[in-house]
Design a binder for this molecule. Structure first.
Ligand SMILES: [Zn+2]
Length: 131
């Protein structure tokens, strides 16, 4: 999917909407993009207004990994939650207070949710989805 290199963004230095050129994304930063103002040539890290469409628009439930609590997921992996009938993308990973692993997923319909991953068999009965 091609995205236009130029877009109208708010430049804090020109203090107005200017034509900005996309220069790149930041490692580990989802939804933030470096833009360079074509007027003052200052580079700013801006919110990617298209990020939710970009992230979720590409997701296809038929190619996404079906979410299972006992499975391990990668950052950037597309997952499908069959119970919620929603697709999402893994944004980050974290450890919960009880020592289990969780993933933060941006879902197309439900938005950002935390899900348990790498769950051990014996604790499946006690599964709770943290908010
Ligand atoms: Zn500018």
């Amino acid at each position: 999917m091609a995205r236009t290199k130029y877009s109208e963004q708010f430049c804090a230095y020109c203090n107005k909407e200017t034509k900005m050129v996309l220069v790149g994304t930041m490692e580990g930063q989802v939804g933030k993009i470096w833009y360079k103002c074509t007027r003052c040539h200052y580079t700013s890290l801006l919110e990617d207004s298209m990020s939710s469409d970009q992230i979720n628009g590409k997701l296809d439930p038929s190619t996404a990994t079906v979410y299972k609590p006992c499975q391990c997921f990668k950052i950037g992996e597309a997952i499908f939650h069959s119970e919620w009938n929603d697709v999402g993308k893994v944004l980050s990973k974290l450890k919960t207070s009880d020592g289990s692993q969780a993933i933060v997923v941006s879902f197309a319909k439900l938005g950002q949710r935390k899900l348990i991953e790498n769950l051990q068999e014996e604790s499946i009965l006690e599964l709770t989805v943290t908010e």
